[in-house]
Design a protein around this ligand. Structure first.
Ligand SMILES: Nc1nc2c(ncn2[C@@H]2O[C@H](COP(=O)(O)OP(=O)(O)OP(=O)(O)O)[C@@H](O)[C@H]2O)c(=O)[nH]1
Length: 670
């Protein structure tokens, strides 16, 4: 659950971080913009101040000259009568002025505009036309007239001029023409830039009718060394045009190169001049942006690092999980293999359409095949035991039809050593839902031969034990327990089938005397011999000779009526006599003999038992098996008693009426 929410949380956090970065970026951009604007403004104002001072200084020089009446009088005197000393005095003043203020040229001109004196090479000719006009204005207005920077054939350099009129009282005596090479003194003031910049530049401009006149060269203009060109006022986006149109302060626009620029416009006081300073936006903010990106790169790098770490962590977790799953899978496979080996269970899958089994290693081993994982149906049929084959195929067919699970135990002849093995197979047929509805069978096979053998041994052992429990240890014939069970069982069969059931009670005659005479060991031996003689006398299945107790035996004869039982009893007496066991202690007898009393029941036929036709039938009525057994034993006992009384070594069958003749057999030896 946490791992599902975590990416969402990470996304939210990253969104928050991005938003914060964006806000910080905008805030900082604003600050940087202000800073850039402020820097430009400061530089512009500094340059404007320098330019203003430069102009003021010249202006004040001109004013000082115009106000210097002594100098005007000296000039007037020299003009009236030119002499060398006078000229020197006039020139000294001009020279000092020129050297102090670094004028390129200083001329004394007369009111007609002729150049009369100069501290330089000399003065010849007249003022240029513009200066001539300015002279007239200066003399008429009695004030210095500036002449804005321009080019003229008079000088080889662009120059700024001032015509300072000289008056002797009210009389104009001429003027001093102060000439400044703007390249040497004015332009450098605009080039000063406190921070290194590739695009920053300042220009001195002034409006000139319908155009903007550049008074200083442009740094990036192809003809930058040729200043004083004009720009039409139609280029409204140009900072210089904006400045000429009256806008001041910070301006954004496109300069003469078409580049977007940040510019600052200031007016030079007491002049038509404007100082336009500008820098490319790309540079001003590009550097700032670079710095910003550098500043922002840290959190971004950290965020990326974090994301990378998280990704690496996820990857590591996934790898670890995959490794753990692999280990678990391998362990489980090992357990499965070991389990299969330990339990001798293999698994298989069978596709009826391909008639082929896919076998696990253990399954192949069970069938004695090479562990190549395959067994054809033909191979499988070949391993089936002849006696089980039909049953196995029928069971598989039924399972396939009814889609029921199948559990089978059958014998196979192992392919590699032809050993007969028992296998137990659990399997099930199933059909794919898609796409081809393929039916296949999957299941397990286990070699249960050892288990089967153990089961069979156990069965034999149980049977032996059962038999042992029902055997008399001395005589090896059935004991009393077996007799009781047989009586109950045979009585029920008698009732079910309506067949007669007879019982003989056999007692060894004068056995006490025999023991006394021959000893108990001999007595035991005699009992064994008598038991064997009795056992060999019965021939039908179901006849049971049992030791009833002491020297007494009982013989149960199912489906045997009284005459048959009588005949068998007689055979038994003969058989004992035939043993010819010496018994000298018996009165009148030379050998061991037995007396036999018999009884018979026949529920279906009232007269079936010759000895007790209806009386027993009546007596049997609703009696239970135990009661019937007891009655039968009592009757046989009674008959035995009669046989003993009658002289022993004979057979007497029970008769319910004392008057009825008891069937007997001769006591004489055959
Ligand atoms: N040796 C031996 N003697 C046994 C065994 N069981 C019973 N006897 C003896 O068999 C004798 C039976 O004697 P009785 O019941 O008096 O009968 P009998 O001497 O045979 O006389 P009748 O039955 O009247 O002929 C006893 O002495 C018992 O001790 C046995 O397992 N072995």
């Amino acid at each position: 659950m946490a791992w599902k929410v975590l990416p969402l949380l990470a996304l939210l956090v990253m969104g928050g971080v991005a938003w914060s970065i964006q806000s910080i970026y905008h805030e900082r951009e604003k600050r940087f913009r202000h800073q850039a604007e402020w820097e430009l403004q400061a530089i512009n104002q500094l340059q404007t101040k320098s330019v203003s001072e430069w102009r003021e200084r010249r202006w004040s020089d001109a004013m000082a000259l115009s106000d210097d009446t002594a100098y005007a009088q000296a000039v007037a005197r020299w003009l009236a009568s030119p002499s060398e000393p006078q000229a020197l005095s006039v020139l000294n003043r001009l020279r000092i002025l020129q050297e102090r203020a670094r004028y390129s040229a200083v001329y004394l001109v007369d009111p007609q505009g002729r150049l009369r004196l100069s501290p330089g090479e000399g003065a010849q000719g007249t003022l240029p036309a513009l200066e001539m006009q300015a002279l007239e204005r200066a003399l008429s207005q009695a004030q210095a007239i500036p002449l804005e920077p321009r080019r003229d054939a008079f000088f080889a350099f662009p120059f700024f001029g001032l015509l300072a009129p000289l008056f002797d009282g009210m009389e104009p005596v001429g003027a001093v023409w102060l000439v400044s090479d703007v390249r040497a003194t004015l332009y450098p003031l605009l080039e000063y830039w406190p921070t290194p910049s590739k695009t920053a530049e300042s220009a001195l401009v002034q409006r000139s009718a319908d155009a903007v006149e550049f008074l200083s060269p442009l740094r990036h203009h192809p003809h930058g060394s040729q200043p004083l060109h004009l720009l039409p006022l139609t280029q409204k986006d140009n900072p210089a045009v904006q400045a000429a149109s009256g806008e001041r302060g910070i301006l954004y626009g496109h300069d003469y190169r078409g580049e977007e620029v940040l510019s600052m416009v200031s007016t030079v006081p007491d002049s038509p001049w404007l100082v336009v300073s500008k820098v490319d936006v790309a540079e001003a903010f590009g550097e700032m942006r670079t710095r910003e990106w550098l500043a922002l790169s840290l959190p971004v790098t950290l965020a990326l690092l974090l994301v990378g770490l998280m990704a690496a962590h996820w990857q590591w977790r996934a790898r670890r999980r995959e490794r753990a799953l692999k280990v678990a899978l391998e362990r489980n496979m090992r357990w499965l293999e070991n389990g299969q080996k330990a339990a001798a269970i293999g698994y298989f899958a069978y596709e009826p359409e391909r008639k082929e089994f896919l076998m696990s290693g253990m399954a192949s081993q069970v069938f004695g095949l090479r562990p190549d994982g395959r067994m054809t149906r033909r191979q499988w049929l070949g391993t089936l035991h002849r006696d089980d084959r039909e049953q196995v195929l029928a069971a598989h067919e039924q399972s396939l039809q009814q889609r029921t699970a199948l559990q089978l135990q059958y014998r196979i002849r192992r392919a590699n050593d032809q050993q007969m093995r028992w296998v137990q197979v659990w399997c099930e047929y199933e059909t794919d839902t898609a796409p081809h509805h393929t039916t296949r069978m999957t299941g397990t096979v286990q070699d249960i031969t050892e288990r089967k053998q153990s089961e069979q041994e156990l069965t034999h052992y149980r049977a032996a034990l059962e038999a042992q429990v029902r055997l008399d240890p001395l005589t090896d014939v059935a004991n009393r327990l077996a007799l009781d069970e047989a009586v109950a069982r045979e009585w029920h069969r008698t009732l079910r089938n309506g067949t007669p059931l007879s019982l003989l009670m056999v007692d060894v005659d004068h056995f006490k005397a025999y023991n006394d005479h021959y000893g108990h060991v001999a007595g035991d031996h005699t009992l064994q011999q008598v038991a064997q003689a009795l056992a060999t006398s019965v021939g039908r299945e179901g006849d049971l000779v049992a030791r009833y107790g002491g020297e007494e035996f009982a013989v149960l004869l199912p489906n045997t009526d009284a005459p048959q039982a009588l005949a068998l009893a007689q055979r038994m007496t003969h058989a004992v006599r035939a043993l010819r066991i010496e018994h000298l202690a018996a009165p009148g007898h030379q050998h061991v003999t037995v007396s036999i009393g018999g009884a018979c029941v026949h529920p279906a036929l009232p007269t079936a038992c010759a000895a007790q036709p209806t009386a027993l039938q009546n007596a049997l009525g609703p009696l239970s098996a135990t009661e019937v057994a007891q009655t039968l034993f009592e009757q046989a006992d009674a008959a035995l008693y009669d046989a003993k009384k009658a002289g022993r070594d004979q057979v007497v069958f029970f008769s319910p009426t004392p008057s009825a003749p008891l069937p007997t057999c001769a006591t004489t030896e055959p």
